[in-house]
Design a protein around this ligand. Sequence first.
Ligand SMILES: Cc1ncc(COP(=O)(O)O)c(C=O)c1O
Length: 398
Amino acid sequence: MALSLFTKTKKAIVDRASDDYATRMRLKYKPYYHAIESQQGTHIRLDGRDMVMLSSNDYLGLSFHPKVIEACGAAAKVWGTSPTGARISNGSRAYHVALEEKIATFLGREACHVSVAGYISCCSAVASFAQKGDIILADKNIHSCLVDATRLSMATVERFSHNNPEDLRQILKSLPHHTPKMLVVEGVYSMEGHICSLPELAQIGEDAGCFTVLDDAHGFGVLGRQGRGTVDHYKLNDKVDLICGSLSKSLASTGGFVAGSRTLIEYLRTNSKQTLFSAALSPSMAATASAALDVMQTEPQHLERLWRNTKRYREMLKGLGLDIWGSETPAIPIVLGSKELVYRFWNALLEKGVFTVMSIAPAVPPGKDLIRTAVSALHSDEDLEKIAAAMAYAVKQM
Ligand SMILES: Cc1ncc(COP(=O)(O)O)c(C=O)c1O
């Protein structure tokens, strides 16, 4: 009896997977999971054709920096390939502690904890601290890892409209005064390219006694002094309790971090399931992030070039009459409003040798279907000219 019950359940799940509309469409139109055959900086080879990458998160272009590559390879020779265990048990190494101290100092925080993914770090920054009975106030457009974290925490979740301090204020008015509250925002919203309205939001949060978590995956390396991020950009270090982020964007590695007071980071190390039950960051990825952070502080030309390219690229898109959703950062969407238009535009760019990524509802709000593009410090003038010609061509195909 029990066996037939299981068999039925299993079949239902297999049927659902084999009949999944989104998977069938993905396999038919092949918009995602392109296996790039080779890469050198912004230049990639795909299906035997040379293309310019225009959707990488390598904002500062450090993934091909000689010092960063050298550090990555050297670390494996010293430490082997993996710590093969969680930090709490056999996986802690001196290189973790050194990287954490370096990131904490850079951000003006007492302590930091690194993990194998930005997804895990950002998730633990929320889920280890909020609990059942608390209220989380979260921007409507937060990243999936933060949405998952709010669910894992079992707290009650209230979503305020994107980057809208007035909406946050109104929602807070209706909430019980003494319930512990957490405010969750991003420094730079990666789909929209918007910078968080942190001065207003953090003040409203502080007035309501909120604990504030800011995910700066896309602000780190891009905003603030030497790329210290969104909090530094606004000089609001005392208004944000935890900054979390990723090592996989400006730091040209993979992994993530959470930075805050020593008390908060030690609490996270005791309570974060994502930390307790997952293996630690590998030597090569830690060394890569560490070397990239050194380069960020000693070679200002990468950040300067990133912003020069950003301005030039943004003007180019505006000149073509494209809707860039008011992006203020190197992450610049091209909003087209329907999946059909997005697919045509994306295909036209591909035809002209420019690689971008489609993002369609529900990954973005309905009617905001877009092409996600991101400019890098590594894009040369010739790259930008090729991109301009491809954009003009794609516009004509609409
Ligand atoms: C805002 C935000 N937070 C967290 C992450 C997760 O970072 P990672 O890719 O390093 O896991 C991302 C990645 O896209 C992100 O955009």
